[in-house]
Design a protein around this ligand. Sequence first.
Ligand code: URA
Length: 224
Amino acid sequence: MTVNGELITQLGAKADPDRDEISLDGKPIEPGQDKLYVLLNKPTGYTSTRFDRFAKNTVMELVDTIGTYLYPVGRLDVDTSGLMVLTNDGDFAQLIMHPSHQIEKTYVAEVHGKINAEALNALERGIELDDGPTAPAKVHLISYSPETDISKVELIIHEGRKRQVRRMLAAVGHRVVKLARVRLGDLDLKGVPEGQYRFLTQKEVSRLKKLATPKTTKKDPGAR
Ligand code: URA
């Protein structure tokens, strides 16, 4: 940890959160935070679980210099790259991952073949998978290259089922060759190169909590 650029080596060293700039692992953190929230740009080849006996690499290696027990909020497949949040705040993780409060996640997929309007409409309506139908998705065709016969498509979903995007695209006849999560709620990967991370600000954490908190429907004052 550094305070105003100076390495702190003494236990119990003091910093003034209003005046001092506190950094951990070279990244500024909000002072007074014992809860940490990390945005990681996960490369492919890294497993997103904490422990996996069979994994060559886990995302924990990318954040281990933080020196705190963090766990991933949700999963990305080993062959998916992109935005992951890790935290030591169990309540936050549960809130964000709860199946009924899921936040919008934006994926960019590259698939074999030309995706036609019919497939895009089917994805938008929802797809029947072997574990049940998917909720309607927002889908946008970004590009198609006749040279490579690859379509690039953006999908916004709020569920988090196992290999969901790959299975949705396979169900409409397209095999995914590359998949990245580019947004989670309002968060994106701007300024965070692959394999790197940054800390979320308090404001970003509050916003995520708000997005994940179910909206209570106001009672109609006229209703009995
Ligand atoms: N959908 C997938 O298929 N894989 C992921 O890693 C995330 C969403």
